[in-house]
Design a binder for this molecule. Structure first.
Ligand SMILES: Nc1nc2c(ncn2[C@@H]2O[C@H](COP(=O)(O)OP(=O)(O)O)[C@@H](O)[C@H]2O)c(=O)[nH]1
Ligand SMILES: [Mg+2]
Length: 370
């Protein structure tokens, strides 16, 4: 890619790409039929009971899978980086300019890019000299330190499930972001860990959306609470929590619709759902997880902005990191919104939801530390 392409790419990125809260029915077909891959894997995949029981070989496989799913992001980033430093031995102002382009065109976002460049400049000012061959490991360190740490424990997929009261997670995000799929994958992993999971079908806009969730709930061995299409989402959430409490559930996952026409509408709807839930369990929801489609790049930033303004978002899941070169969004979004990334989606398969670990992530991007 020559200078012109770089410029063109940057320009493309700078263009307002967002049409955040109204992606309407673009995933109608996708919603109705689950990915084939997901179906196959549901039949063939066995999950270990506890993270601790994983053998070193399984760990290795998992880390290879993560690395493979980030391949496009990785090759995009490193080929640009290689071009930026080709024939240069020291990190000077020109190299930093090019590095800035590389980061921005890798969807890291302008704010975070500027932060990374500033930090490298400070380091150069301190050490007087920086070899371009050191750039990789310095970038790796800076990027890791910018990302929020998301969890301390690997139990229960990182959720703080306590006995006696269900842990309630409300899942928000625009249509097509991957909410339903993420809930299905998460429910499956939690039931495998021996947790009793209830799912509330509070995306009541379309019958297909409820049916899609029902397929996932069934596959996951979770109980789904539903009402008719078009019914009040808050009422579904209420029923789900009531039923979950009565039946001693450990975790409740509430699916929501993301197709509200404007921020006020969204805010009202989400507030109503929250209020109704807290009537059943005073501190519910314990978590509001925003699901973002990583492959939308800058649009994911815009969605994060809209949703964090509309409601209190406490965690993020970034989906579809497989098959996109825009995985840099994970770095920028984690840094800019100061909300920990809890999970990443790396495929349509039932086990292709991973707890996010910033160290695993930079390791997958940059390789083992030398
Ligand atoms: N490749 C890939 N596809 C995903 C991932 N997560 C979700 N999807 C797909 O994205 C589409 C929309 O997902 P869905 O869960 O229906 O989104 P929702 O509208 O937010 O509930 C479906 O076709 C999913 O299979 C992921 O991590 N990787
Ligand atoms: Mg859905």
């Amino acid at each position: 890619m020559g200078f012109f392409d770089l410029f063109k790419k940057k320009k493309d990125n700078a263009e307002p790409t967002s049409q955040p809260l109204q992606s309407e029915d673009k995933t109608l077909e996708q919603d109705a039929s689950l990915g084939n891959q997901a179906q196959q894997e549901a039949q063939t995949t066995e999950q270990p009971q506890h993270a601790e029981e994983q053998t070193a070989a399984e760990e290795q496989l998992r880390s290879e899978e993560l690395s493979a799913s980030l391949e496009k992001t990785k090759s995009g980033f490193f080929s640009k980086l290689a071009r930026a430093i080709a024939g240069r031995s020291t990190v000077d102002a020109d190299v930093l300019d090019d590095l800035e382009e590389v980061l921005i065109t890798s969807d890291v976002g302008v704010e975070t890019t500027v932060k990374i460049i500033n930090r490298i400049e400070e380091r150069i000012a301190r050490d007087k000299y920086m070899n371009t061959s050191e750039l990789n490991s310095i970038l790796r360190d800076e990027i890791a330190s910018l990302m929020e740490e998301s969890h301390s424990s690997t139990r229960d997929m990182g959720l703080e499930v306590k006995p006696g009261m269900p842990y309630v997670m409300m899942v928000v995000g625009v249509n097509g972001a991957g909410k339903t799929t993420t809930i299905g994958k998460l429910a499956a992993q939690l039931t495998k860990l021996g947790r009793k999971v209830y799912i509330g079908a509070a995306d009541t806009f379309r019958a297909a959306a409820i049916d899609q969730l029902a397929v996932w709930a069934d596959r996951a061995g979770a109980t789904m609470i539903r009402q008719e299409m078009g019914s009040d989402p808050a009422s579904v959430a209420y029923d789900t929590l009531k039923s979950a409490v009565a039946n001693g559930a450990d975790v409740v996952l509430i699916d929501t619709a993301g197709r509200l026409h404007n921020k006020i509408g969204l805010m009202n709807e989400l507030t109503k759902i929250r209020n109704v839930m807290s009537k059943v369990i005073p501190d519910a929801p314990h978590e509001v997880m925003l699901v973002l489609d990583g492959s939308t790049g800058q649009n994911a930033f815009e969605q994060a902005r809209q949703f964090t303004q509309a409601t209190q978002v406490t965690s993020l899941t970034i989906t579809k990191l497989d098959g996109t070169a825009k995985g840099g969004v994970v770095i920028g979004i984690s840094d800019q919104f100061h909300i920990p990334v809890r999970y990443i989606g790396i495929g349509e398969g039932i086990d292709q939801l991973r707890m996010f670990d910033r160290h695993d992530f930079v390791k997958a991007l940059f390789g083992e530390k030398k």
